[in-house]
Ligand binder design. Sequence first.
Ligand SMILES: *[C@@H]1O[C@H](CO)[C@@H](O)[C@H](O)[C@H]1NC(C)=O
Ligand SMILES: *[C@@H]1O[C@H](CO)[C@@H](O)[C@H](O)[C@H]1NC(C)=O
Ligand SMILES: *[C@@H]1O[C@H](CO)[C@@H](O)[C@H](O)[C@H]1NC(C)=O
Ligand SMILES: *[C@@H]1O[C@H](CO)[C@@H](O)[C@H](O)[C@H]1NC(C)=O
Length: 175
Amino acid sequence: MSLTVLFVLLQALVISTNLAASPKTLNITAISANAEKQSTLECWQLAAPFLSSTTAGTSGAVFAQLGEGGATSYGILPPQFDGGLHNAPAVQWVSFTAGKAVISLPNSTQTATVYGGREGLILAADTKNVSTLGHRTTYPSNHTTVAIQIPLENNAIPLHSILHPGACVKYEENS
Ligand SMILES: *[C@@H]1O[C@H](CO)[C@@H](O)[C@H](O)[C@H]1NC(C)=O
Ligand SMILES: *[C@@H]1O[C@H](CO)[C@@H](O)[C@H](O)[C@H]1NC(C)=O
Ligand SMILES: *[C@@H]1O[C@H](CO)[C@@H](O)[C@H](O)[C@H]1NC(C)=O
Ligand SMILES: *[C@@H]1O[C@H](CO)[C@@H](O)[C@H](O)[C@H]1NC(C)=O
């Protein structure tokens, strides 16, 4: 076997090992809305694939693109806080990095419990024009919850497919 062939084979092995080891797409819980203008919880599989980075500092690690963001904020929510019923102010990523948020819906028994950390990213997309009442968020833990809110430019909803109604479960977000 020539060296070149061996090299190509080795490269293919490395690539397939990388693919097997890294998740292909990101799944996130989304607060969306139905045709009756009621907020819903859904598990979305984002279309943007995880791609290998060539940028210095992260070269070889995989990244999924989340889109163009607007004015970003860092929020500190006190323990036992009740945010009440509200609409998403804009289509936005909410990345919970600490604490716990519980999302409930006025016309459904579905809830989503989001813990700060690796599975802490959700998309809030139930803006006033698509949902009459919105959703309720409470922060029932005895610890502070931290939420980084990243509104998407032009309220652009990321391309996605719907895996199922209801929040994603842990293994779907990090398998
Ligand atoms: C939805 O919930 C709101 C607020 O609790 C209530 O006023 C309304 O009657 C409910 N609508 C339906 C269709 O159940
Ligand atoms: C929060 O703190 C209160 C008062 O100290 C305690 O009764 C309650 O069990 C705590 N709740 C949780 C979820 O730890
Ligand atoms: C709701 O409003 C946003 C922002 O104004 C807009 O981008 C979006 O297209 C609207 N959605 C619908 C279904 O009208
Ligand atoms: C997202 O869900 C799909 C389908 O269930 C799964 O194949 C994939 O591994 C999940 N992605 C992550 C990052 O867990």
